[in-house]
Design a binder for this molecule. Sequence first.
Ligand SMILES: [Zn+2]
Ligand SMILES: [Zn+2]
Length: 306
Amino acid sequence: MTDMKSIARHGRGRGCVITRRACFSASHRYWLPELSADDNAARFGPCALAPGHGHNYELIVSMAGGLDSHGMVLNLSEVKHAIRSEVTGQLDFRFLNDAWPEFDVSKPEGCLPTTEAIVRQIWARLSPHLPITALRLYEQPGLWADYLGHPMDAYLTIRTHFAAAHRLARPELSQEENERIYGKCARPHGHGHNYLVDVTVRGSIDPRSGMVCDLSALQRLVDDLVVEPFDHTFLNKDVPFFAECVPTAENIALHIADRLSSPIKAIGANLHKVRLQESPNNAAEVYAEVPQLEMTPSALEAALPV
Ligand SMILES: [Zn+2]
Ligand SMILES: [Zn+2]
């Protein structure tokens, strides 16, 4: 009886996902020896400059398993040790192009150390030691890659923002009816938000450039098709689409996904998700492709401050 109670109390055998965060600082340079100096500069911009530049990387490791008799999926000190010996101890304060042989581009099989290529190599090194289900690597707060163990597939997210005003009201309804549905958001002269937009693309990691798509081309698309037309506007009046369609966070996220989907396909990736955060208290997420269960690193989201 006592045993039964103690098992129940400690949740032994029940499944749980745990996450661990680890940081490292490292430098890198995007430069392929088979390209001319001009071609390297055109393709990689300032990332091609010698001798390189650095980032403070943040790694989130997500692991799953059943609880042991101590109430843990894994002993955290073993997790810390594995991450330090296999990853951060080898990369911290290093020049990534030299740190791991997979990033040696003087060899034909070498690959540039992009965020998505680094996170894939981290998976290869950690998975023999830890039951990883997802990895996320932040190169900076506005750029991160998720890797879920599919051999060449990765997710790359860029975060940007715009400020805009809107009013939530349907023109065919009276003011009273609109206020009943949309509350204060239906007030006649509108109000504004600083919107955060996360655009996630999925694609195969190019074996040479290490990229799921040209990052600067992706940033340009988001700037040209979202930030430029939406920033400092009154959405209902300045963006023709929202003259007809109520600009709720959900509708704005859907419209952003519709605008970006084909152009992102044209640069060789797939739009996976758009997340629009309207305020610290509300956000809308739209999947532009059908998510498979294992594709959603929700355990990572839970571990992170927004
Ligand atoms: Zn960089
Ligand atoms: Zn609002």
